[in-house]
Design a binder for this molecule. Structure first.
Ligand code: ADP
Ligand code: MG
Length: 404
């Protein structure tokens, strides 16, 4: 058993240093820079499932005796607008971890080092990295300045690993760098359904834009037995066939994609829909009851499921039923078949879990043994399209670098 497990892990993460596998005393007395994803839009609750997913790595490092310097970003600030500050996250993290946390206010790179050195708490949170010029430019100078703050770097921010930003990519060049617990799990669990998914395999795609999701459908085209479409992607197929769509959401730029895949048998389009909108401006806002039951049955009879994108405008009452039906089928499958492999991701898709009034990520950080809730939106789509993510590439080939 152990050998199979090791082989599986090394298949996906073999070229990386893993936080989980670092020696017991590797981080003792060291300062570790931990990149996590705290990003939520101003006005949204601070307590995201991404924050929750990063806690195990923080606790792990604390238990190993290190000082943890947390790096993150928030939103797309033009300058240093206060509403994008990470300051409110310091008390929230302190409460969750039950330890005091210093917030590092420094507005200039030059002041960072002094502020971090002056911090006496075991965890410190640095201000929104996008307030600094070099972050989004993946600037080596800025990455070096960050590297000077610690002895080692851990990336535990899968959801931003598709961005070539200094704290995600360039920083790994200057320090011994590790994949955090959450990042490792993402790579392994997404990798599992990509490389050898059990059959039957259902790929479910809904949400707003189909253009972002074409890559995933193409990657899984040969592996999937069914491609179930709802939301904007389904609408786009109907629109391409000339069905009158009123004000429904669809994406004409994906018509060539529709032409290529329409007649290939695997695409399952809704057979009924929920219509909303004003009179004269009717819109398809959800899959219908019959479709919801049909899709649900297909999911329950699958061995592998990958799902991104809600089936309808679930935020509006009356148009959430299709999405709820898929969630129920997903949980039913997870309960019935311990060997099933189910991966769900996407910002709104995971947010729609609230409709079921369950705790965000099930019992464990990730949802359970056979059900994995990814923290990635764009990052998950890129990973599942077979693309190399800059944040993951940066961690590869690190095995020779050692901590001093
Ligand atoms: P995710 O964030 O999970 O990747 P997307 O960003 O692609 O998903 O899309 C999510 C949004 O799509 C949701 O806010 C939902 O309301 C919307 N949506 C889904 N189906 C429809 C539809 N038929 N009409 C309008 N909006 C829809
Ligand atoms: Mg979204």
């Amino acid at each position: 058993m152990t050998r199979v497990f090791c082989a599986r892990i090394s298949w996906y993460t073999g070229r990386m240093k893993l936080l989980r596998k670092a020696g017991r005393s590797a981080f003792k007395g060291k300062t570790v820079l931990l990149r996590i994803d705290l990003n939520v839009e101003p006005g949204e609750p601070l307590d995201s499932y991404r924050l929750e997913a990063a806690l195990p790595s923080i606790r792990f490092l604390l238990a190993r005796g290190s000082k943890v310097v947390i790096l993150s970003h928030r939103g797309r600030p033009k300058g240093g607008e206060r509403r994008f500050s990470l300051a409110p996250f310091a008390p929230l993290l302190a409460k969750k971890l039950r330890i005091p946390i210093d917030f590092i206010h420094a507005a200039r790179v030059g002041a960072l080092n002094k502020a971090v050195s002056a911090s006496r708490t075991r965890v410190a949170l640095v201000e929104n990295l996008r307030f600094f010029k070099g972050e989004e430019a993946n600037d080596p100078g800025f990455a070096k300045a960050l590297a000077a703050l610690g002895d080692a770097y851990v990336n535990d921010a899968f959801a931003v690993s598709h961005r070539a930003n200094a704290s995600v990519a360039a920083l790994a060049r200057y320090l011994p760098s590790y994949a955090g617990l959450e990042l490792e799990e993402e790579i392994v669990r997404l990798g599992e359904v990509m490389r050898r998914p059990a059959r039957p395999f259902a790929l479910i795609v809904g949400g707003a834009k189909i253009a972002d999701k074409v890559g995933v459908i193409e990657y899984f085209w040969k592996r999937a037995d069914f491609v179930l479409l709802g939301g904007g992607p389904a609408n786009t197929f109907f629109a391409a066939e000339g069905v009158p769509m009123g004000g429904s959401l669809f994406d004409p730029s994906a018509f060539p994609f529709v032409a290529k895949y329409r007649d290939k048998g695997k695409i399952m389009l809704p057979v009924d829909s929920e219509i909303g909108g004003a009179k004269g401006d009717e819109r398809i806002l959800d899959i219908g009851e019959v479709t919801a039951r049909w899709f649900g049955d297909l999911v329950k009879d699958s061995k592998a499921v990958v799902w991104n994108g809600p089936m309808g405008l679930f935020e509006k009452k009356g148009f959430e039923k299709g999405t709820v039906a898929i969630w129920r089928a997903v949980f039913a499958l997870a309960k019935k078949d311990p060997r099933a492999r189910i991966v769900v991701g996407g910002g709104e898709t995971i947010a729609s879990l609230q409709l079921l009034k369950t705790s965000a990520r099930g019992g464990s950080a990730s949802g359970g043994k056979n059900l994995f809730l990814s923290t990635g939106g764009g990052a998950m789509l890129e990973f599942l399209s077979g693309k190399k993510l800059p944040g993951i590439v940066a961690l590869e080939g690190q095995r020779r670098k050692t901590l001093r």
